[in-house]
Design a protein around this ligand. Structure first.
Ligand code: ATP
Length: 321
């Protein structure tokens, strides 16, 4: 179905004969795939004997929709899509084991076992969001992975803004927020030995059309925050474009410009926060995000404490942010 879609997206009327020749399938098989496209919400016109023309596309995540007009060299090459998976991070690890390249994207319309940090559940209502994981094969030391967590959050926030025009902020380290509520959670996992990262899977779940009803106190969705219905393929593409640009900055060692842009989007800096670790918790004022992505918090008695992402949860003293 994706191959037929790709041909139809190239525009104009495409003849059944051409499709069957290009794909090496029978005319009956072409017709069947056109019917599948229609069932998936694509409006495909049969133009007399001349062929088929695509009139409109639904809000779907099929790879050709995301790839259409994608201005990246490696991010999202390829896009691998399935309507339902256990978790896009798990799927992406399987793709990594099959030698998928740096930049491969595992994308799905729902997850049956989506996860957040420290094994918590990520709710993934069907076709209400974007569930995706990017495979990275960086020449990086394991200690740099925390920075990539922040960089992923920055890229999601920028992608949302590029696709919608609405402002998105970041709650340190990696929750993307709109109107003070969470629209996206991020989970990076790595396979590494002591000296070298083998690969990283950078996963993000974005609430686009809805958010789980039991979480409305702390969560919202992009549509609600920007006041219109956003196409998920457009948002995915905008994320990939932002990520590739930011990643190039990360690779140019020493360039910390993206950290400044991260700081500018932070909804945590300047706030009184409660830092909750495995054994202890403390409150203070969030002063800075340092060059390595750690949060610098000044406690009530004036002590400056540096908190690493991955170790803790941070809550606003007055609520979620
Ligand atoms: P925090 O810093 O807020 O504790 P976290 O970054 O550790 O969050 P995540 O790993 O992003 O948490 O996600 C897990 C948490 O996110 C769950 O505990 C749940 O409360 C919340 N959550 C799960 N699904 C969704 C969703 N679709 N939208 C918003 N929040 C969600």
């Amino acid at each position: 179905m994706e191959e037929v879609l790709r041909l139809l997206l190239s525009g104009g009327i495409v003849s059944g004969a051409e499709i069957s020749e290009r794909l090496g399938v029978t005319r009956a098989a072409v017709w069947k795939r056109v019917e599948q496209l229609r069932a998936a919400g694509y409006q495909v016109e049969a133009v007399g004997r001349r062929g088929y023309r695509l009139l409109s596309c639904p809000d779907a995540l099929h790879a050709p929709l995301v790839e259409r007009g994608l201005r990246t060299k490696w991010a999202g090459h390829p896009v691998c899509y399935q309507q339902s998976v256990d978790s896009t991070n798990l799927w992406c690890k399987r793709l990594a084991a099959q030698d998928a390249p740096h930049g491969a994207l595992a994308l799905s319309g729902t997850q049956t076992a989506g996860r957040g940090r420290r094994g918590r559940v990520w709710e993934s209502p069907e076709d209400a969001g974007i569930f995706m994981t990017l495979l990275l094969r960086p020449k990086a030391h394991p200690s740099q992975v925390a920075q990539l967590t922040l960089l992923t959050a920055l890229s999601v926030a920028e992608g949302i803004e590029a696709a919608t025009g609405a402002r998105a902020g970041i709650k340190w380290p990696n929750d993307v927020v709109m109107n003070g509520k969470k629209v996206c959670g991020i989970l990076l996992e790595m396979s590494a030995d002591e000296a070298q990262v083998q690969y990283i899977v950078a996963g993000a779940g974005i609430n686009v059309h809805a958010c789980p009803a039991d979480l409305v106190k702390t969560a919202t969705c992009v549509d609600e925050a920007c006041g219109r219905r956003v196409l998920r393929a457009d948002l995915t593409r905008a994320f990939l474009e932002s990520f590739e640009r930011r990643y190039a900055m990360f690779e140019r060692s020493g360039e910390q410009e993206w950290i400044d842009d991260y700081r500018a989007r932070s909804v945590t800096l300047g706030q009184r926060v409660c830092v909750v670790g495995a054994d202890t918790s403390f409150t203070g004022t969030a002063q800075d995000v340092d060059a390595l992505g750690a949060l610098v918090v000044e406690t009530e008695d004036g002590e400056r404490r540096t908190v690493l992402a991955g170790d803790v949860s941070v809550r606003g003293v007055m609520g979620y942010v």
